[in-house]
Design a protein around this ligand. Structure first.
Ligand code: ADP
Length: 328
């Protein structure tokens, strides 16, 4: 792409639907050329945020900047963004090529130029051989690639993806994940991908923005958000963590950082309530004397050196450096 990639910035962006505040004065700076996942439970305001950036939804308050330009009031096609929808929204009576070239036709671009641009995009998503087919003659994964090519033909600075993988079966979802990531790196533009799946966000994103109840709970590099959750909500939503109440506050600790030892040597005394074999790991859950459930995820070899069964008394141990204080 010829132009340098610009920063996307949200400034106090708010969305109200009547009395419902769907997005509450959020601020975020999306670095150019990054893959960002907007992650959170259903109803937290992710899609509203994406649709406001795309221009498919009006902004109740605040502004959206791309580069130095306020794009808040521009129509979708003039923003420098493009959206790929969850259901792909392909035209059933148009061929793959015609679907991909559609937006150029709307702009009045001549047919030869349109065809050349569409062919280039189809090559990018590896669909050249299927260019004459109709959408219902394609698999789900192929339809998705058509939708991607159709969004990318407008040469956006930012590609917006609303739950793009949710219609695919688990096997294809993992394959498409890799393709999306590769495409983003090849193009060097920013991808902003809405998902409610923490595994999807961790697999794809450079940066994760976790939303809850219309606000951003935490944003940062994927590894930082996973390793050092700042709130109980983020710790629980990202998974793989325990939230433990200790005399000096609430802490998150990764399940694989909790060890089992003798009652005397442990920091907390507990009795095993559940043991789940997971192949490479074994998950042991124990209830403390203070009635907190704590899960220790152990390598299978370590577990089978000293197997535990429900009812066994154990001590829970950890390295204090692995505790992350949570905001109350
Ligand atoms: P998410 O994408 O995280 O599931 P949404 O942005 O779709 O969340 O929705 C956020 C909140 O706004 C929800 O409470 C939802 O019911 C409400 N909402 C979304 N769209 C509309 C609409 N068109 N009219 C009224 N309320 C809406």
């Amino acid at each position: 792409m010829s132009e340098p990639i610009k920063d996307l910035e949200l400034v106090n962006v708010t969305k109200r639907y009547g009395a419902t505040v769907a997005v509450d004065a959020i601020n975020h700076h999306f670095k150019p050329g990054t893959y960002t996942c907007l992650l959170g439970p259903s109803g937290c305001g992710k899609s509203s945020t994406l649709r406001m950036i795309a221009g498919h939804e009006s902004i109740s308050d605040g502004s959206i900047l791309l580069g130095a330009h306020d794009i808040s009031d521009l129509p979708p096609a003039k923003r420098g963004t493009a959206m790929m929808f969850q259901n792909y929204a392909l035209f059933p009576h148009l061929s793959v090529t015609e679907n991909v070239a559609f937006s150029l036709k709307m702009k009045g671009v001549d047919s030869k130029t349109r065809r050349a641009a569409a062919n280039e995009m189809l090559e990018l998503v590896d669909l050249t051989e299927l260019s004459d087919r109709l959408p219902d003659q394609l698999s789900g994964g192929q339809q998705q690639r058509v939708a991607l090519a159709r969004a990318l033909i407008t040469r956006p600075q930012v590609l917006l993806l609303d739950e793009p993988l949710s219609a695919l079966d688990p096997f294809l979802r993992i394959r498409m994940r890799a393709e999306l990531r590769k495409l983003q790196q090849e193009l060097g533009i920013s991808f902003l991908h809405v998902t409610h799946g923490q595994d999807e966000a961790l697999a794809l994103a450079d940066e994760i923005v976790v939303m809850n109840n219309a606000v951003i709970e935490q944003a940062g590099p994927a590894r930082e958000v996973f390793n050092a959750p700042k709130t109980e909500f983020v710790a629980r939503f990202m998974g793989g963590h325990n939230v433990i109440a200790l005399p000096d506050g609430h802490f998150a600790i990764r399940s694989d950082a909790v060890g089992l030892t003798t009652v005397e040597a442990g920091k907390l005394e507990a009795s095993v309530t559940a043991v789940e074999y997971q192949g490479t790991h074994v998950s042991v859950t124990a209830r403390t004397v203070g009635d907190q459930d704590v899960t220790a995820l152990m390598a299978d070899s370590l577990f089978f050196e000293q197997p535990k069964t429900p009812g066994d008394r154990v001590g829970l141990s950890w390295d204090p450096n692995d505790l992350h204080a949570l905001a109350s």
